[in-house]
Design a protein around this ligand. Sequence first.
Ligand code: FAD
Length: 408
Amino acid sequence: MAEFTMELNDEQKEVRDWLHGFAADVIRPAAAEWDEREETPWPIIQEAAKVGIYSLDFYAQQYFDPTGLGIPMAMEELFWGDAGIALSIVGTGLAAVGVLANGTEEQIGTWIPQMYGDVNDVKVAAFCSSEPDAGSDVASMRTRAVYDEAKDEWVLNGTKTWATNGGIANVHVVVAVVDSELGSKGHASFIVPPNTPGLSQGQKFQKHGIRASHTAEVVLENVRVPGSCLLGGKEKLDERLARARERAKSGGERVKNAAMATFEASRPAVGAMAVGTARAAYEEALEYARTRTQFGRPIIDNQGVAFQLADMRTSVDAARLLVWRASWMAVNGKQFTAAEGSMSKLFASETAKKVTAQAIQILGGNGYTREYPVERMHRDAAIYTIFEGTSEIQRLVIARTLAGMPIR
Ligand SMILES: Cc1cc2nc3c(=O)[nH]c(=O)nc-3n(C[C@H](O)[C@H](O)[C@H](O)COP(=O)(O)OP(=O)(O)OC[C@H]3O[C@@H](n4cnc5c(N)ncnc54)[C@H](O)[C@@H]3O)c2cc1C
């Protein structure tokens, strides 16, 4: 097990500086344009592919970094550049992690390369879990997957919503109900290969922030996928369902805890995205406060402004530390005894919302316009308290863990 450290090693610093260069030189200058266009920034994704940032290799290297700091460091730098564009770049990684975590070696080798495409023809992937009536309440999911034994095919029917890259993805990973008696333990994940008949894009959402990231409904009408598209395979699913049925009979406690551990492990990554946005807004505000003069002196010379900056910086650093701790715990298999993953996501996302609002205040009228980036950052920051579990759900998880209660 790697010791917890608050310092990046030399190799990590090199990667961080390289990512920061890409974020500063390529992502940030393009941010306002793609925010206005509300379109997937394909040329930027292609640039990221050319330099090796948009690739499974890069993502896997950070994911398996034993210190746990690889993913948070990468997320912070890319989202420092711009949240919408960064989500377009890392959205595929979120779907790929679903396959890495649950897929067989053959599935990983077959589908993940198709998620990314190649440098000359980049592709994206989507992870589709949320539904119109199943947001926070994942267990009320309705999309069904029924096995057609004669053809060794699964038939998927239902409507997914809020899918990042939904409908424009080359590969969709779809979570569906295979046993409705078992709540979220009766769910399984499926690959829907490129151009599969029956999958279509529904409404594309016009959003408040992260507008360079495509978000849409995905409609599944009698979508037939080969048996080999069930992630992990049928044998493993049957074993898992049998275990879940046994545990459900004996109270279900261990089932709930296992599900919680999975979410706890993925939440710090979202916290790190929020840290990136918060830090970006803080830096903009600091620079502005140093250079904007009123009453014959820089506005930072007023304690009212300087104290705000002090609070902003303190919150950003505190958020990063919670994220790093949770990420280290996840990578090193430490038990989340106080929902530390949820804590990190809760604190970092609320920090991003607050710090970006403070940044607007410090920039005054300029902060309220699209001439300066903090207005966009504030709109972007609002997503962090919503996706991957809202702030209320994080508080619910933390509180229930502290009380020794099951999560659901
Ligand atoms: C831009 C964007 C991208 C997304 N990307 C994806 C994606 O790629 N794939 C995917 O599957 N999903 C994605 N999502 C979905 C996201 O995870 C959900 O929006 C989120 O889980 C919340 O669900 P909901 O919107 O249905 O809100 P609801 O669950 O309806 O919640 C509404 C409000 O009620 C509160 N609430 C609900 N239950 C409780 C409770 N028990 N106690 C206290 N408060 C409660 C919530 O906190 C919230 O404030 C995305 C969403 C957005 C907006």
